[in-house]
Design a protein around this ligand. Structure first.
Ligand code: FAD
Ligand code: FES
Length: 273
C-alpha cells in the first residue's frame, strides 16, 4: 500500500443528543445529532461510530458516514437493516447517543486539472457522496460535478435534495426502471464515459461491494478512481483488525489494510477483489 496521508483530525468520544429524526422512506432514517461545538469538522468520506447510550445490550457502536455537518450538528442517513440501526431509528428526541469520530481517511480532493468529477453512489453510498458533492460545489471551480445515484426502485431512492444545486447535477438509475435510467448505476455511468477524456476525469464511488467491483471493470486505466469501502467494524480505530481487507502491497504482493484506519477510502487500483 502506498503511503497514505494520516488524518490530522483527532477523533473524540462524545455524547450527542438527538435533535431531529426523519423517516425519509419506510426503512431509511435521517438523524440530526447535536454535539459540542468542539467536535472536529470531518473531511468528506470520514465516518463516525454511533450507538444509543441507553441500550447496554448493544455492545458495539455502528459505523456511519457523515451525511452532513455544521458546527455542533452531525447528520447521518441510514437504512434499517438490523438491531443497531433499528435501535437508532427508535430513539426519541433529546435522547443521548455515544459518538466516536471523525474516523478514517476521507476522499482525496480532485486535482485542479480535472474537468469531470463523477460521484457514483449505490444505495446508501449516497450518504457520504452527498456530503462530498456539497463540499466540492462550495469551491465553485468551473468543473462538471455529476452524481450518479442508483437504487432498486424509485421508492428505494435515498434523498437527493442536497444535490440539487447550481454547481451539481444528478443522474438517477433504478434497477426496475421506475425512475430515471433503467438499469444499474454502473450501466448509467458507462453510457457517459465515452464522451469524457479519461485523464481529465476522476471518479469517486461508494456502495455495495458487488457494485464497486463492476464499477472498477468499466474504468479506463488512465482515470483515477477512489472507492469508499464498507466492512463490518468493531473498534473503528484500527485496534481489532476486524475490518481487514486484502490489498496490493509492495510489488503487487498480497497485503492487508484496515478499512477503519487505512480507509474507508482506497484507490481502486489498491484493492484486491
Ligand atoms: C465506514 C462505514 C460507513 C457506513 N455508512 C453507512 C451509512 O452512511 N448509511 C448506512 O445505511 N449504512 C452505513 N454503513 C453500514 C452500517 O454500518 C451497517 O448497516 C450497520 O452497522 C448495521 O448494523 P445493525 O446492527 O443494524 O445490523 P446487523 O444486525 O449488525 O446486521 C444486519 C445486516 O447488515 C449487514 N451489515 C452489517 N454491517 C455492515 C457493513 N458494515 N456493511 C455492509 N453490510 C453490513 C449484515 O451483514 C447483515 O446482513 C457503513 C459502514 C461502514 C463500515
Ligand atoms: S474495526 Fe477494529 S481494526 Fe477496524
Amino acid at each position: 500500500m502506498k503511503n497514505r496521508k494520516i488524518s490530522k483530525i483527532k477523533p473524540l468520544s462524545v455524547k450527542g443528543r438527538l435533535l431531529k429524526k426523519q423517516m425519509v422512506a419506510p426503512d431509511k432514517c435521517l438523524l440530526s445529532l447535536q454535539v459540542d461545538l468542539s467536535f472536529p469538522a470531518p473531511q468528506p468520506g470520514q465516518f463516525i461510530m454511533v450507538k444509543p447510550s441507553k441500550y447496554p445490550h448493544l455492545l458495539l457502536r455502528r459505523p456511519f458516514c457523515i451525511y452532513n455537518f455544521t458546527p455542533s450538528l452531525i447528520e447521518i442517513l441510514f437504512q434499517i437493516v438490523g438491531r443497531g440501526t433499528e435501535a437508532l431509528s427508535l430513539l426519541n428526541l433529546n435522547e443521548e447517543i455515544d459518538i466516536l469520530g471523525p474516523l478514517g481517511k476521507g476522499f482525496p480532493p480532485p486535482p485542479r486539472d480535472m474537468d469531470n468529477i463523477l460521484l457514483v453512489a449505490g444505495g446508501m453510498g449516497i450518504a457520504t457522496l452527498s456530503f462530498f458533492a456539497q463540499s466540492l460545489s462550495r469551491k465553485k471551480a468551473s468543473r462538471k460535478i455529476i452524481t450518479y445515484v442508483g437504487a432498486k426502485t424509485a421508492q428505494d431512492l435515498p434523498p437527493i435534495k442536497p444535490l440539487e444545486s447550481k454547481h451539481l447535477s444528478v443522474k438517477i438509475s433504478t434497477d426496475d426502471g421506475s425512475l430515471g435510467f433503467a438499469g444499474t448505476v454502473v450501466d448509467l455511468l458507462q453510457a457517459d464515459l465515452p464522451s469524457l477524456l479519461p485523464h481529465k476525469t476522476i471518479i469517486y464511488g461508494c456502495g455495495p461491494s458487488a457494485m464497486l467491483r463492476e464499477l472498477v471493470k468499466i474504468i479506463d486505466p488512465k482515470t483515477k478512481c477512489y472507492l469508499s469501502l464498507e466492512e463490518r467494524m468493531a473498534c473503528g480505530i484500527g485496534a481489532c483488525l476486524g475490518c481487514a481487507v486484502a490489498i496490493k502491497g509492495k510489488g503487487g504482493s498480497l497485503s492487508y489494510a484496515r478499512v477503519c484506519k487505512d480507509g474507508p477510502v482506497f484507490r481502486s487500483t489498491e484493492i484486491l477483489w
